[in-house]
Design a protein around this ligand. Structure first.
Ligand SMILES: NC(=O)c1ccc[n+]([C@@H]2O[C@H](COP(=O)([O-])OP(=O)(O)OC[C@H]3O[C@@H](n4cnc5c(N)ncnc54)[C@H](O)[C@@H]3O)[C@@H](O)[C@H]2O)c1
Length: 392
């Protein structure tokens, strides 16, 4: 089967890169610019920073910052109508994955009639006619380089992804300076989320030598920078390292897909509003404990990328080493390690398993067929903090 490999038209990377925006937007000759962001990013002063820079262009700006928490399909529809009413013809998204997913989806839907059809997944969106520029402020979801967007489906109590090349921006401006104000907890959860993208896409059945180059580099850089970036947010070198991790892992995720960790995280986000990165970080050790035996060779490589040791002579031990590393990471970064800690009711685990077992699009990428029963077992282990390969 043939595989595609897609990235945004241009990725501009560097400290201070956001200051190039005026030259960049000239290429599109916009008559009205939409800035899409969220409340937290606006409160950190980042939206004002962009507005000040864009003022030099003289192009009118409409700013939307009413995103609070992780976005829903309903919100995307509202934002799309708003940008259409305002006649915006260039969309700039600035923020974490929440703001970027809304910005790029609204840009793709601006010229489309049947918004609900695309959002329900009945039809693929595209092609996009409104130019779109994305600037991430977390490291991160990699949304600025992916053709995916994830939204809460309030009716079904689930999160659901939509995928279309129309969701790749024309330009991603990755400026580590914009992540300096990112709070420690978000730096930790979104940083481990990026690692989840790298490891899940690395073992994905859709992975190719090309996607693995990106995932491998992300995993090699991750342990050098994650702790520093979380505990010393103003350290620009580690913020830059994590910005690369996020972008590299995002490219791999966009082309190879993620798997069971994400599938199990979706109902936690949809039903209990657990942040995406927190849910992924917490579930990752428990999911890998269950599926790891089917990707032993890859885990020997992952252990080597993370500098955990050479397990080539003892491949079965690589799984223990990786799971142990992931659990320690939660501790070092002050992230929760059990569902109990998060206040998830124990009697909700069967319903969570039923929901997760329906996320076929992602479960199909994992090299192990997880039954609903096996998924329930993973949630139970994650609830009590039970890890079988090692004693925690
Ligand atoms: N499109 C994709 O490929 C993809 C991949 C993974 C996750 N996601 C989605 O992304 C969302 C999660 O994104 P996230 O982890 O980046 O977090 P986020 O965008 O939800 O942001 C979390 C919080 O951090 C604040 N924040 C972000 N950057 C900041 C900064 N520099 N300074 C101060 N505050 C800042 C935000 O205001 C928000 O309150 C979820 O909805 C998830 O489903 C998308």
């Amino acid at each position: 089967m043939a595989s595609d490999f897609r990235m945004p038209g241009n990725v501009k990377f560097g400290v201070g890169a956001h200051k190039n925006l005026p030259e960049e937007i000239e290429k599109y000759s916009p008559t009205k610019i939409a800035i899409v962001s969220d409340k937290g990013v606006a409160n950190a002063g980042l939206v004002k920073k962009l507005e000040n820079i864009l003022e030099q262009t003289g192009v009118p700006i409409f700013t939307f910052t009413e995103i609070v928490g992780e976005p829903t399909f309903k919100l995307v529809e509202t934002v799309t109508h708003k940008l259409r009413e305002e006649n915006c013809d260039l969309v700039i998204g600035i923020g974490g994955g929440s703001a970027l997913d809304v910005a790029k989806t609204a840009a793709a839907l601006l010229a489309q009639e049947k918004i609900a059809h695309f959002l329900s997944g009945r039809e693929q969106i595209g092609p996009r006619s409104t130019p779109c520029i994305l600037l991430p402020t977390t490291s991160g979801t990699g949304s600025e380089v992916t053709m995916n967007a994830i939204f809460g489906d309030e009716e079904q109590g689930l999160k659901r992804g939509i995928v279309s090349p129309a969701l790749l921006p024309d330009l991603a401006i990755i400026d580590p300076e914009l992540t300096v104000s990112c709070p420690a907890r978000v730096s930790a959860s979104s940083g481990v989320d990026a690692f989840t993208h790298a490891i899940e896409s690395y073992i994905s059945v859709r992975g190719t030598p090309l996607t693995k180059i990106f995932a491998e580099k992300a995993m090699r850089l991750f342990p050098k920078y994650i702790t520093r970036a979380v505990h010393n947010g103003t350290d620009l070198e580690s913020r830059t390292g994590m910005a690369w991790v996020s972008a590299l892992a995002g490219v791999s995720l966009a082309n190879a897909g993620v798997g069971a960790v994400h599938a199990l995280a979706y109902p936690l986000g949809g039903k209990f509003h657990i942040e995406h990165g927190v849910a992924n970080a917490l579930l990752m050790p428990y999911v890998f404990e269950k599926i790891g035996k089917t990707c032993t060779d890859e885990l020997v490589e992952v252990a080597s990328f993370l500098q955990l040791g050479d397990y080539s002579q003892h491949p079965n031990k690589a799984l223990d080493a990786v799971v142990h590393y992931l659990l320690e990471l939660l501790d070092t970064l002050n992230l929760p390690s059990t569902l109990k800690e998060l206040g998830i009711p124990e009697d909700s685990l069967p319903a969570l398993a039923e929901s997760a077992s329906k996320v076929d699009r992602l479960l199909a990428n994992t090299p192990y067929k997880l039954t609903e029963e096996a998924i329930k077992e993973i949630y139970e282990n994650a609830y009590f903090g039970k890890v079988g390969v090692l004693v925690k």
